[in-house]
Design a protein around this ligand. Sequence first.
Ligand SMILES: [Zn+2]
Length: 381
Amino acid sequence: MIFSPKTKNKKAMKEFSNRYVRQIVLPNFGMASQRKLLKSSVLIVGMGGLGCPASLYLAGAGVGKIGIADPEKVEESNLHRQVLFDTNCCGKSKVKEALKRLRALNPDILVEDYCTSVTKENVLSLIEEYDVVIDGTDNFSTKYLLNDATFKAGKPLVLGSVFAYEGYISVFNYSSGPCYRCLFPTPPTSYIPNCEEMGVIGAVTGIVGSIQAFEAIKVILNSPPFLPLAGKYLQINTLTMGWHEYKVEKDPKCLLCSKKREEVELTEFRAPSCLATSEVREITTKELFKDINKYVLIDVREKEEWQERHLLGALNVPLSQIEGGSFNSIPKERPIVLYCSLGIRSKKAGNILIEKDYREVYSLKGGLSAVMQNGYKDLVR
Ligand SMILES: [Zn+2]
């Protein structure tokens, strides 16, 4: 029996209230598709310019469970593209603010928040509960990790990225199709700036994030005419509005997907930084105290010096101990600020930690002396 749009509307309203009526009446969509969406789950890694629009559209469409993972806080410079957040969100956890907004948008669905970076240790347990993974990150390290982990777990990955005015989208690991490494076998060896450094127009990330949301919907519906962008790599030039699709073949010699899933070992690589690779970055006292709760403070001076005075909340892990390889008490998943008296020992300690795969390490410029000189004496015990 063919329903007229009016009959469809009535039936849809009976089962789903008014919320999804406008998509249910679409040709080829219908209530069966709506039920599929409500039973499905999508994990979005990175709640930035891509993750924000993607999550809004998926919540609106009625994807039954949406996971959102991001360890960062909202900053004012995020607001022009990260459309989930407003000025009042600045300084607050991205996933917590996103959770409130998505639940308010659609109280019928489940939203799970993960205030964490995705690492090789936690990625498999994170993606385990979801049908589809959306990559909303802006770093190659996480993109390759997500590619490898979704292949290992047998889950499709909707990958998106933006570089200046261009956007790139593809669906990898779908129906035994190619993976990201079939196209780009290894991460770039030269430094490539991210959105923060290169600059980006909010509307461009909006285009890419919206396409990612619909690709995830197509993966879930998984029947014609909903054919995901698998085996193709879409490049959009938003200046010329030229769209180009490149065919992506599965590479029989692929470093990843030519292996058996159970043989895959997850690795993380450190993306080349704009600084010399072994060089720790410096942070000023002003930058540190603007958002001090974001960081784990490590005092790398010797114990006697620490006892004399130290920054409130700091842990003492002396440089001599770090040089001896004993620094397990320093967490890897949070940004670290190392300090000493003048900022010399902390640089040395920072370079050691970077070599040991600590991803976000800073050395406090000028050390404790700068803290005292710049009027932050109250923060010293
Ligand atoms: Zn591959």
